[in-house]
Ligand binder design. Structure first.
Ligand code: ZN
Length: 214
């Protein structure tokens, strides 16, 4: 794209414009997510392996909050003025980074998830899978991971430090890119989040885990 938007709504609009207004197969939705992830890095002038959460935080009309009483890894909603992403402050920072971009994919899809993923019983699971994939693509982009791997950097912990991601997220990306066969297919990386389409009001921010358990 030649014209780089200078505000979050412009970035958001640009990412939404990439999406076709038709039902996508899971494979097509994953491909779209990677295109959007690459476009996000380009539109926010993100270079190098590590993407700063500031790339998201500094966009106008975008707020990132942290709560120690969140019931989920993350949630996101439109406040009427801003898009708000709330993260579970008790989770590791690297996990929070993944959750933030997972939620951002839900924001991109907001209002059109039923078109992209359909309305069948498995649609919500597809949306979650694709949001995870988008987050992985933003945080651990294909090209630098391939370059690092092919240059001989095979230590997953070192790669995790390089991308400031969890080791499990790096393992998943290595498998997704076909660089390794698999690490542990029984332990997928999945977020636990609230679908913004279902979130009516963010009262859950004030609810504690203790209250929920009572
Ligand atoms: Zn989600």
């Amino acid at each position: 794209m030649n014209d780089k938007p200078t505000n979050s709504l412009g970035v958001l609009a640009a990412l939404r414009r990439i999406a076709p207004t038709e039902r996508l197969s899971t494979r097509e939705a994953l491909h779209l997510a990677e295109r959007q992830a690459e476009a996000f890095r380009d539109l926010t002038s993100t270079t190098g392996a590590r993407v700063s959460l500031d790339a998201l935080r500094k966009l106008p009309h975008m707020r990132i909050l942290r709560s120690r009483s969140l019931l989920w890894s993350g949630l996101s909603y439109w406040s009427g003025k801003d898009w708000v992403v709330c993260l579970d402050a008790t989770e590791p920072t690297r996990r929070q980074r993944l959750t933030a971009f997972h939620e951002y994919k839900h924001i991109i899809d907001h209002g059109r998830a039923h078109i992209i993923y359909g309305a069948d019983a498995a649609a919500a699971d597809r949306a979650e899978l694709v949001a995870d994939y988008f987050a992985g693509c933003v945080l651990i982009p294909r090209r630098p991971l391939r370059q690092a791997w092919r240059s001989g950097m095979r230590d997953v912990n070192a790669l995790a430090r390089m991308f400031e991601a969890s080791t499990r997220a790096v393992e998943v990306r290595l498998v997704q890119l076909g660089l390794v066969a698999d690490f542990n297919p029984s332990r997928p990386v999945r977020m636990i989040c609230v679908d913004i389409e279902d979130l009516i009001e963010p009262s859950c921010l004030r609810r504690s885990r203790q209250e929920a358990a009572a």
